[in-house]
Design a protein around this ligand. Structure first.
Ligand SMILES: Cc1cc2nc3c(=O)[nH]c(=O)nc-3n(C[C@H](O)[C@H](O)[C@H](O)COP(=O)(O)O)c2cc1C
Length: 341
């Protein structure tokens, strides 16, 4: 792998992966709502929302310098003011932060390794008179992220403390409680034998693919078998975050699971998972690795179609009929294809 690609991965990892120094920026920010983000927990210090906009601004400024721009303050200012303390503005700030990092990672991989020791920012020199290189500029941004993520983590703790002492029902700022797979989650997974796994490439692009082997490992963990998932596997090696969606097509509802993955090969977890899948499927698969997902969040998925039907039984009845018609149509298409050959 080229060194610029490694640096781009570090950008992704600091933002939303598993950096060595602690939770990533996004992990610190996850579960924080607009009110907590806008709360000035320490008089005279920045709010979490201000930190997020500041990080986004300096990430964009770093990209601008890598593209040949001279050193300067970010176009939107050093500390852009949050637009409003609304959920929408907070979502937009988080999206800005993510996009800015994706742009930086994409810019880094456009360079050659030889560029890393070349000057950027119009020949800018540091306090000791040393030329600032592309490598130092990118590394500086990672340090900047880590520094402000630490501040946001402390503010988050303060916000959680304030929330629990003044309003016990406000749990939005509290760290996510560990997920326990309940009966419904287990039943939906067991009934589907199919879900979709989303990971993120080192360049910050989405990667989504179907997995028919998603199963429950224990109360807090899911797994699936990597039989033919080279991209998912490569993405997880750089960034362990993964989201799985499992939806029942007749009930038009299901669950979305977020967690961190670890890969198991040649161990007891691998042996047992292969045995289970082979037993259920009645065939033997060569499984490269078993992807075990430690769950951090489980959220229900529900079709907006429920606005128009009274309950799940009615939904299933409607879709059982519809499904039959759609299957017949698809069968006709398959027959035509066979006939056309
Ligand atoms: C219905 C269905 C179920 C699948 N189940 C699995 C699975 O459990 N494990 C696996 O490795 N690949 C499975 N595949 C194949 C992968 O989805 C496919 O090879 C995909 O291109 C892998 O992409 P990725 O490398 O981005 O994960 C399945 C494909 C389909 C259509």
């Amino acid at each position: 792998m080229r060194e610029v690609e490694r640096l781009a991965r570090e950008v992704g990892s600091t933002l939303s992966g598993d950096p060595w120094h602690g939770p990533s920026v996004m992990a610190v920010l996850s579960g924080i709502d607009a009110a907590a983000a806008g709360r000035r927990a320490i008089p005279g210090a920045h709010t979490i929302a201000e930190l997020v906009l500041h990080m986004a601004a300096w990430t964009r400024e770093t990209t601008r310098r890598l593209r040949g721009g001279a050193a300067g303050a970010p176009a939107e200012g050093d500390w852009p003011a949050p637009r409003a303390a609304t959920a929408e503005a907070w979502r937009a700030a988080l999206a800005e932060l993510r996009l800015a990092h994706e742009e930086l990672a994409a810019e880094l991989v456009r360079h050659d390794d030889a560029d890393l020791d070349r000057p950027v920012a119009g020949g800018q020199r540091d306090a000791l008179g040393e030329i600032v290189t592309l490598r130092r500029t990118a590394a500086g941004l990672l340090q900047h992220d880590a520094y402000h993520a630490g501040q946001a983590a402390l503010l988050r703790k303060l916000a959680a403390g304030a929330a629990s002492s003044s309003a016990p029902s406000d749990t939005a700022a509290a760290p996510a409680a560990p997920v326990r797979l309940d009966d419904d989650m287990r039943a939906v997974i067991a009934a589907q034998r199919l879900g979709y796994a989303a990971t993120v490439t080192p360049e910050g692009r989405p990667n989504l693919s179907p997995k028919g082997t998603i199963r429950v490992l224990d109360d807090r963990r899911l797994f699936f078998c990597d039989i033919a998932s080279p991209n998912t596997r490569a993405n997880l090696a750089a960034n362990p975050w993964i989201e799985l969606n499992v939806v029942d097509p007749l009930s038009r509802r299901g669950w979305r699971f977020l967690g961190r993955a670890t890969l198991h090969a040649g161990d007891e977890v691998h042996r047992r998972a292969v045995e289970q899948i082979d037993g259920e499927e009645g065939v033997h698969y060569h499984v490269e690795a078993v992807v075990v997902i430690e769950l951090e969040r489980a959220l229900p998925l529900r079709s907006p179609g429920y606005d128009h039907v009274p309950d799940e039984a009615a939904m299933r009845a409607r879709w059982t009929g519809l499904r039959r018609r759609l299957d017949e149509e698809f069968e006709r298409h398959l027959a035509e294809r066979r006939g056309g050959r």
